[in-house]
Write a protein that binds this ligand. Structure first.
Ligand code: SF4
Length: 358
């Protein structure tokens, strides 16, 4: 049976190359093709001798994600639905922002966390992604963005300026990354060692699996941490995010306090503002209190019924409530930013494209 080269670690690729009677330096060449030049066939590996390409083709293959759907927003945000080998599908979203091009990737097909404001949560968990399927979202999006393979030029991204490179990665798409810990760790290692991303440009977002946050700091030091918080009392958070029943605010905030941060780095707390649920002055004051002593920044994300789906039970906060909420945080010295939904003219909320196409 042919082996999927992307399912192998660097060491395993070297062992495989030795097994088929080739010098180990060939492994380095192949790894470069896979992760730096995004090759999806041995034929593309033009600096390998023809007999080696044939030998590889006989014994191995290179998995790749199938582009099932691509939506491009007027603001330049692009959403991809990628098909996996077994027929499951995951979403990735490419978000241009000033000089950054951030790719938001999935770590699971579906999600078991069932956050009430999330479309993916309502789909349930299908399965964990393998490390190579997580990294492949970067490779496939990178390939799509490379000038030579652009089928439809992206709007709002400079045309004719050569290849367009992804600069930042956030694990904030479908799934809870800390629920698929081992594969996510291997994927992080590939992002850093093979795809060339600096740790400072990678952010992992969690719904709050408290014990694994400490484990993450040990196993993948200096990766940025984002916590999807969304409430300031256990009562409301239990309602919005069932994970809170297992890891209540006290435990979550306590591990955040212990999370080691490099100089000038902060933990990002994501806070979806839901009208009449978690957007009062009291909530803002409680949030200030909760985050006291943590080097934190807060992203306030006004709930958007259009991107989240009409079926959602929540409503948008008023402009005034959002401004007051932000003001309370800022007055307390907490950097707080209002993040308007990107790609509001496409199915840009997590899980939406999958929900439409499943
Ligand atoms: S918000 Fe994240 S953790 Fe919660 S259900 Fe959606 S994908 Fe899962």
């Amino acid at each position: 049976m042919k082996i999927n080269l992307k399912s192998l670690t660097e060491k395993e690729i070297s062992a495989f190359i030795k097994d088929i009677g080739q010098p180990v330096y060939r492994a380095r060449q192949i790894i470069k093709w896979l992760y730096e030049r995004y090759a999806i066939s041995f034929e593309e590996m033009t600096d390998l001798p023809k007999h080696l390409r044939e030998l590889l083709d006989k014994n191995a293959y290179i998995s790749s994600l199938k582009l099932m759907k691509r939506e491009i927003s007027m603001d330049g945000t692009q959403k991809f639905l990628f098909g996996l080998e077994d027929g499951e599908a995951v979403e990735s979203v490419l978000i241009p922002d000033d000089d950054r091009l951030t790719l938001c990737i999935s770590s699971q097909a579906g999600c078991a966390m069932r956050c009430r404001f999330c479309v993916t949560g309502s789909l349930g968990l299908k399965r964990d992604l393998m490390a190579y399927e997580i990294a492949d979202q970067i490779i496939t999006a990178g390939r799509l963005m490379a000038k030579k393979t652009i089928a439809e030029p992206p709007l709002a991204l400079s045309e004719g300026s050569g290849d367009i490179k992804i600069t930042n990665i956030v694990l904030m798409g479908m799934g809870e990354p800390l629920h698929n810990f081992a594969q996510v760790l291997e994927a992080l290692s590939r992002m850093i060692n093979l795809l060339g991303f600096s740790k400072r440009r990678i952010t992992l977002s969690t719904a709050g699996i408290a014990p694994k946050i400490i484990e993450l700091a040990k196993q993948a030091p200096r990766i940025n941490l984002a916590v999807s918080l969304n409430a300031t009392t256990d009562e409301i958070r239990n309602r919005l995010m069932p994970v809170n029943k297992k890891y209540p605010l006290k435990d979550l905030i306590s591990v955040c306090r212990k999370f080691p941060l490099e100089r000038a780095r902060r933990i990002t707390f994501e806070y979806i503002l839901l009208g009449g649920v978690n957007d009062s002055k009291d909530d803002a004051q409680r949030l200030v209190h909760l985050l006291r002593g943590i080097r934190a920044k807060v992203n306030l994300i006004p709930f958007n019924k259009v991107t989240a789906g009409e079926k959602m039970e929540f409503r948008q906060s008023s402009e005034n409530d959002i401004a007051v909420f932000q003001g309370i945080l800022r007055n307390a010295g907490i950097p707080a930013f209002i993040r308007k939904s990107k790609g509001s003219d496409i199915s840009a909320a997590c899980g939406q494209l999958k929900a439409i196409y499943s």
